[in-house]
Design a protein around this ligand. Structure first.
Ligand SMILES: Nc1ncnc2c1ncn2[C@@H]1O[C@H](COP(=O)(O)OP(=O)(O)OP(=O)(O)O)[C@@H](O)[C@H]1O
Ligand code: SF4
Ligand SMILES: [Mg+2]
Length: 332
């Protein structure tokens, strides 16, 4: 890796997805919305990375930029060492089959006029794969759908949870390496959420998937993530192994997010010493006009003069635990 490589990226042979200094800007009227700015992370084979932050911080934009939908304004996305940002046309479409994405609203991501079997077979048909119907039966069975009774029905005949199963089956049909899950349970009934999370865990093991799991709440990703990355207003604040993030959160924003989970495990709260953490105050600034220096400074209880002048860079606070803050909170 070069001298320019951010210090929190790992030098390992089994990195499947490497996101390097990714930025995505959107032109809205005369303004430029800085949806994602200089975000880097990597995901090793078989890992799940939880990507967390409040609404509008840029999580979905990161997910879509990985898929090149649309391509990022700057930065690179290496998938199995291949630079996706350098690909276009047929080569990009072919490579992209190795990465699949599922979304928050399963019902609207399914074409209401098509039969479930055809929806799941879509990618296989486009790529002219052999034995498409055998594969469709296999992935339907894997996600708990009966091919004989469900295959000929249409999406509106299924509940939200069942529709998410259909979306998962569709995403698995082409045997991807990476599954990007963008808030896949946020729109589902609480009773169904755990079933879908368990299903994703099962599918991950069965199909040897590497996952990026997007959520706005740290509680959702705790049990399924090997590592967690926290974003605020388009920037990465903190990244590390899940134990470190929950037991020793070092970035003031991560601490505020954890403190806002009302029913968090009391032992974990004590360990992380977040009980006295101030509640997050103030408005979320506009990504079209983010604060200078540290983007969190207008709401940070620890902010000092330096925070307005200097953009904090990632620094290591422990093995596999990095934080972008001038004054990280270090818990013994
Ligand atoms: N196509 C677009 N055009 C203009 N602005 C956009 C576009 N897509 C996203 N944005 C803006 O970029 C920022 C990041 O949006 P994004 O959807 O990535 O956030 P998010 O973290 O996924 O939020 P949520 O939790 O609500 O899904 C927001 O300010 C959003 O309004
Ligand atoms: S850099 Fe300063 S403003 Fe930003 S999180 Fe750290 S202490 Fe707070
Ligand atoms: Mg989103």
């Amino acid at each position: 890796m070069s001298d320019q490589t951010p210090c929190h990226l790992r030098d390992r042979d089994d990195i499947v997805l490497r996101v390097l200094q990714l930025s995505v800007n959107f032109a809205v009227g005369k303004q430029t919305v800085q949806a994602v700015t200089d975000v880097s992370f990597d995901v090793a084979r078989g890992e799940t990375l939880g990507l967390v932050g409040e609404s509008g911080c840029g999580k979905s934009t990161v997910g879509r930029a990985i898929m090149q939908l649309p391509p990022p304004t700057a930065g690179r996305v290496l998938f199995n060492s291949q630079d996706m940002t350098a690909l276009s046309g047929e080569a990009l479409r072919q490579t992209r089959t190795g990465l699949q994405m599922i979304f928050q609203d399963p019902i609207s991501s399914l074409n209401p006029r098509r039969r479930v079997r055809d929806i799941i077979a879509e990618g296989l048909t486009i790529w002219g794969r052999d034995n498409a119907s055998v594969r469709v039966d296999e992935v339907m069975a894997a996600v708990g759908l009966d091919a004989a009774s469900a295959g000929d029905r249409r999406p509106h005949q299924f509940s939200g949870g069942q529709c998410q199963r259909i979306c998962i089956a569709r995403s698995l049909a082409l045997d991807p390496d990476v599954l990007i899950c963008d808030e896949p349970v946020s729109a589902l009934d609480v009773s169904v959420q755990a079933q879908i999370l368990n299903l994703l865990e099962d599918m991950k093991a069965r199909y040897h998937l590497t996952m990026v799991f997007i959520a706005h709440n740290l509680a959702v990703v705790k049990n399924i993530s090997d590592r967690v990355a926290v974003m605020y207003l388009g920037k990465l604040c903190e990244i590390g192994n899940t134990d470190a993030i929950y037991a020793r959160p070092a970035h003031p924003y991560t601490r505020a997010l954890l403190a806002s989970i009302p029913d968090a495990d009391p032992l974990a709260r004590e360990q992380a010493s977040i009980d006295n953490e101030p509640i997050l105050q103030g408005e979320l600034p506009s990504p079209a006009d983010p604060p200078s220096g540290c983007r969190f400074r207008t709401r940070c209880p620890y902010a000092q003069a330096r925070c307005a002048d200097e953009v904090p860079q990632m620094q290591a606070v422990a093995d596999d635990h990095h934080v972008a803050c001038h004054f990280p909170v270090l818990t013994p």
